[in-house]
Design a binder for this molecule. Sequence first.
Ligand code: OAD
Ligand code: ZN
Length: 331
Amino acid sequence: MTLWVRSTGRALRLWGRGGEPAWACRHRVAGGSRPTPFSAGASGAFGSGGGGEEEKPRLRDVAELIRAQAGQGVVVMAGAGISTASGIPDFRSPGSGFYSALRHWDVPYPEAIFELSFFLANPRPFFAWAKNMHPGNFRPNVIHYFLRLLHDRGLLRRLYTQNIDGLERASGIPGSKLVEAHGSFASATCTSCGKASPEQDLWATVMADGVPRCAVCAGLVKPDVVFFGEMLPERFFLHLVDFPAAELLLVLGTSLKVEPFASLSEAVRSSVPRVLMNREAVESWRPRSRDVVQLGDLVDSVERLVELLGWTEEMRELVQRETAKLGRPGR
Ligand code: OAD
Ligand code: ZN
């Protein structure tokens, strides 16, 4: 799928890829959990399985590719799979994903919760979900801190994320290194008059199970999370320079089902190695000769990768420091 820049003067819009509702999927992701040596994140449950002798050579390849980087050439694309270890469900994992849970909610189909027309008619399901996404509820996990280490070591060119949980920022990666492609809760706007609304007012109302209204016109206030059919933030256009300049692409924890984000995975030069790390195979991934695909649990993979890179001690210290700074979730 290549139709992701319609024209630079006009909007980049967000649309779903593939139409099958999550609850129509038959497969279930195997469960189980184990503690992490870095003990970061909200839940302490750091995913499952995924390990296996046959994966090790691939992780060694990934470590080699990272070691070979001389400057800020690494571009990262991230999705909900990097935050499940922090206790935030992804969207499409059958059973555990948010879209599966939505079967019991008052929504006609899962993506409707992120559609403006549905939101304007019935904003309650969105705000019920938003309430769980309060920034105080979650902490970055070892995957976010691995990305932070890439930055600390001067290797990160940019991190493109579809996540609106703010955990990349919370891990200490500066805003200049981030493209929050699907927006965030950090700001909110009136859907009628366009007036910006303070974040703290929004959260106060949402946490009290209310629907935020504009102080000027009483219109519905919506956090600046990108809904289907809406424009992506201007910073998304940085992809026009970042992807052609990338020396290594890491794609982590995403089903690549939402455009135009998904198509970025094909925007690096054909000579550039791409690493896909995800629990399961990604349907739309079109293999290239230099790809490395590491399937399985991301926490397992990242921890082993950190070990292979010899960054374990640095990681332990970083996690300890940052965890002390942020405190426990819920504070
Ligand atoms: P999805 O839920 O579609 O995909 C998450 C992927 O991460 C799945 O393939 C999971 O198998 C994988 N995954 C989950 N936990 C993992 C773990 N611990 N280790 C390894 N892999 C794991 O989420 P996204 O691709 O991010 O849009 O979804 C893209 C967009 O769709 C979201 O930004 C959202 C949604 O509609 C908006 O909110 C606008
Ligand atoms: Zn207004």
